[in-house]
Every structure is written in structure tokens, then in C-alpha cells.
Design a protein around this ligand. Sequence first.
Ligand SMILES: *[C@@H]1O[C@H](CO)[C@@H](O)[C@H](O)[C@H]1NC(C)=O
Ligand SMILES: *[C@@H]1O[C@H](CO)[C@@H](O)[C@H](O)[C@H]1NC(C)=O
Ligand SMILES: *[C@@H]1O[C@H](CO)[C@@H](O)[C@H](O)[C@H]1NC(C)=O
Length: 312
Amino acid sequence: MASLLLTIFAILFPLFLASHGSTATISVQDLPTLSFEEGYIQLFGDTNLKLLGGGRTVHISLVERTGAGFASQDLFLHGFFSASIKLPSHYAAGVVVTFYMTNGDMFEKTHDELDFEFLGNVRGREWRVQTNVYGNGSTGVSREERYNFWFDPTDDFHHYSILWSHDRIIFYIDEVPIREVVRSQTMGADFPSKPMSLYATIWDGSSWATSGGRYKVKYKYAPYIAKFANLSLQGCIVNPSNHSSPCDDSDHNLFNTMTLSSDQRLMMLSTSGGTVPGEKADIAGGIRFELNCVSHILVHVQGTFDKTIACR
Ligand SMILES: *[C@@H]1O[C@H](CO)[C@@H](O)[C@H](O)[C@H]1NC(C)=O
Ligand SMILES: *[C@@H]1O[C@H](CO)[C@@H](O)[C@H](O)[C@H]1NC(C)=O
Ligand SMILES: *[C@@H]1O[C@H](CO)[C@@H](O)[C@H](O)[C@H]1NC(C)=O
């Protein structure tokens, strides 16, 4: 655990240093990454999972016969989970790419889950991304939310991250928080609180993914390849047999102090465009302007430098 602690300090230390200046310098780009062998196992799809660059890049593909997927070797209770992902280009209706955490294999009826789901596209229209939060088998906390991208996710790799701490969940695209769920007293077990593993998959979601299933996967365009890189697991590993966690309190405290700055919260509001779950407003334009001032802020340690993040 010393190494986890060190890692976290390594992430946060530049943040503290930089907090005396006018901008914070922390970013997902500074996170340590793992090779596939170090942190993951293949779940399905045999030859549809390919390792490149010494296992630093993973390609999973969908063909008519099968999709593919992989998972973290370890179970985690809280942490920061991240990958750079490039989605399949061309016509990809019905193709679902996921990056998520769940414990559904251990708790069939009372599982927890935190999802990024990428829901295909029809040529000429943009991919959409959906986030889901399940706690103890229920979506009582908050339902799925869908967003448009403010860039073309098939053009290049972008970072997708999930922060899951004792009292909050934040989904990030690059350094932009797109959704935050803060634990409240009334949530109880609806807030995900059991150990989860991390998963990444690609599969055929013809029946529902794109425009409610109107557009199906067209295998004449296969293989559809989703590319993953910069795999990062900054979490508290728990023992799979008894769920005991060797992480000491200070680790927990560090994760638990990660929260959003007021600028980030403002930006998140401007990405969500409304309070109604479901369809989200277009986030082009204004957000890009905001991005310039916060593009290097990943996490904010509560109370430490509220006044020193100079945005404008
Ligand atoms: C991985 O992260 C590094 C640092 O941010 C970045 O330079 C590189 O482009 C990323 N790799 C991919 C494939 O996105
Ligand atoms: C989780 O859900 C199950 C089944 O609905 C319920 O019996 C259990 O009490 C819940 N757990 C907690 C901690 O609330
Ligand atoms: C959990 O299991 C591991 C080994 O499997 C053991 O070392 C540890 O002491 C156990 N923890 C508890 C709280 O039972």
C-alpha cells in the first residue's frame, strides 16, 4: 500500500505545488499507466483482443461472430479509473463500446455499477455517450444520462475517467467532469459501496443502442475496432475472498478529498445543459471556451486552493 500512497502523493503533490501559482498543473496525463499483463485479463472474444506496443495499447473488435472484452485482475473499493479510448470510425450504428465498473458477477440482484457506454453512430451523425449509476441493484440514485461529444471521438484518443470515492462519483471526459453523484444520507445502499472490477467491452447492441434500435450493426463494415491505451487503475485493491481491504485510512481520505472546483462545477453545469435526465443539450461552443482555463485541473482537494485556481 505504500506504493499506492506514493502514487497518490505523486499525483497530488504537483497540485499542491502549483496551487501557489495561478494555475494547477495536475492532469490525467500524469497518471501512471499499466500494461495489459500488469492489470487486466481477457474476458471473451479470443482473437478479437489484440495487444500492441508491449501491451500498452489494446484493440478489441466486433465481427459478426463475436465482440470482445477485458477486465481488471483486481477488485477495487474506490479509486480513480481511466483509459484513453478511440472509438471505431465509419458507420458504427448498433455498436456498443463500454468502459465501466461492476460487481454483477458477485451480486446478481444487488449489484453496483458505474458505466460509460458509447452508443454507436450513423454515418454523418455523432456518437453519443451514456453514463449509468446503479447501487445495490437499483438505479434509485440516478438514472442513465446521455450526452453529445464536443469533439469527434473516432478521430483520436481521449481520456475517460471514473472517480469513485466514499462519498462521490465523478465521470470525466478528458479533464471535463460531465457528471457528479454526491452521496447523501437518504441514498443508503443506493450509492455504490461494494467492491467492483473494471471492464471494457465491444458488442452488438443492434436492438437498442442507436436511435432506440432503428439502426443495426452492418457487418459489411466490420471489424469495428475500439482502441484502449493509457490504462490506469488508481484504486484500493480488496481481497476477493473476504472483501477485506488493506488500504489504510489515509488512502481513503485522499480519494475522499477529491472533489470538483467551483470552475469545474460550473463547467459541468454548462455541459449538462439542463436538469432533466435523458437527452442532454449540445455542448459545443461555450464549453470550449471554458476548457481553456481548466484543461489541466483533474482533481481538486477540498479547501486547499479555492482561491488560487485562476481561470480567467
Ligand atoms: C497516453 O497519454 C499520453 C500522455 O497524456 C499521451 O501523450 C498519449 O497520446 C496517450 N496515448 C494515447 C494513445 O492516447
Ligand atoms: C440491498 O438490496 C437488498 C435487496 O433489495 C436488500 O435486502 C438489502 O437490505 C439492501 N442493502 C442495503 C445495505 O440496504
Ligand atoms: C482476508 O483474506 C486474506 C487472505 O486470503 C487474509 O490475509 C486476511 O487476513 C483476511 N482478512 C480478514 C479481515 O479476514
